[in-house]
Design a protein around this ligand. Structure first.
Ligand code: NAP
Length: 290
């Protein structure tokens, strides 16, 4: 980790509340060390009532940019001079670039999803997909699928069906994609949908530490070796859902890959350089194991 700083050291960071369990400082500081870039990444625990003064402070201190996490991802928009197309569609900003005192908002989850699934783009095109969840990350997944993978149909499945329906309406009007079905998360009803889909995405928090024994889908016979199962949950890296899918022969993509890929996009926005994602991912997995 960085052992010397001086006036030229570039500053980036994370603004959230709480930020106890974040891997972002580790990911970025390892990447800065690997690339030899003179940057440092610091986490800031900022309560909602201090958001405006905190980010004004980062601008005043000459920060190059910062990541934004819960609960500030929507609120931060009002301080931006410009918001990227991805951030507008996802409805949340997770990366800010500061240039000449102005702030520019981005959402790098879209790049994270794109890079994580890119190897499977041929399988996904013109086939059916299931997205379980209807929150912020589901929006990023759906936007990326429509924009970059062109599946024949996206099945939206959520515990609260109405929330999935709202999402369907949003994408139908904003992006002119209407090949959706909407379902509640009740296993008997969605069995056929899962079986007929080439890609299954968990964009809920189910299975996340400390509830590692939970999974959105629990039947092994739902999966086959033709399928790709992508779990956005990154703690644990190997979720119960992924273990189940893997045991049925399905290909799996974990949340750590997504986490590093979305961080890589932030890194590129701030530095103009590519993050060495494979090395960073390896370092992160090693840290998590120990
Ligand atoms: P969010 O906006 O709060 O949405 C949460 C979603 O999970 C909702 O659809 C919610 O359903 C569903 N849900 C929560 N508890 C559930 C339960 N017990 N049973 C069924 N459904 C449940 O959260 P988010 O920002 O989309 O994040 C979702 C997950 O993705 C989190 O685990 C987050 O850490 C992860 N994530 C990972 C990355 C990465 O880089 N790997 C990036 C972003 C997010 P209702 O609508 O019914 O409440």
């Amino acid at each position: 980790m960085k052992d010397s700083m001086h006036l030229k050291t570039q500053l980036v960071g994370l603004v959230g509340h709480p930020i106890k369990h974040t891997y972002s400082p580790f990911i970025h500081n390892v990447a800065f060390e690997l690339t030899g870039l003179d940057y440092i990444y610091l986490p800031f625990n900022v309560i909602p009532s201090n958001l405006k003064s905190a980010i004004k402070g980062l601008v005043a201190l000459g920060y190059k940019g910062f990541n934004v996490t819960i609960p500030h991802k929507v609120k931060v928009k009002e301080f931006m001079s410009k918001v990227s197309e991805e951030a507008s569609f996802v409805g949340a900003i997770n990366t800010v670039l500061i240039e000449e005192g102005k702030m520019f908002g981005y959402n790098t989850d879209v790049a994270g999803v794109l890079e994580s699934l890119y190897a499977y783009r041929k399988e996904i095109a013109d086939n059916e997909c299931v997205v379980i969840g209807a929150g912020g990350s589901a929006r990023a997944v759906i936007y990326t699928l429509i924009k970059h993978f062109r599946p024949s149909r996206i099945h939206l499945v959520n515990r609260t069906e109405q929330r999935a329906e709202t999402l369907r309406q949003f994408f139908k009007t904003k992006i002119k994609f209407d090949s959706f079905t909407v379902n509640e998360l009740i296993p008997p009803d969605i069995k056929d949908i899962i079986k007929n889909s080439v890609l299954i995405v968990n964009a809920t928090s189910v299975g996340m530490h400390p509830d590692e024994d939970d999974a959105v889908l629990t039947q092994k016979d739902l999966f086959s070796k033709e399928q790709i199962v992508f779990d956005l949950v990154y703690n644990p890296a190997q979720t119960k859902l992924l273990k189940l899918a893997e045991s049925a022969g399905a290909k799996t993509v974990d949340g750590i890959k997504m986490l590093v890929n979305q961080a890589a996009k932030s890194f590129e926005i701030w530095t103009g350089e590519k993050m060495p994602v494979e090395q960073v991912e390896k370092a992160l997995l090693l840290k998590i194991k120990n």
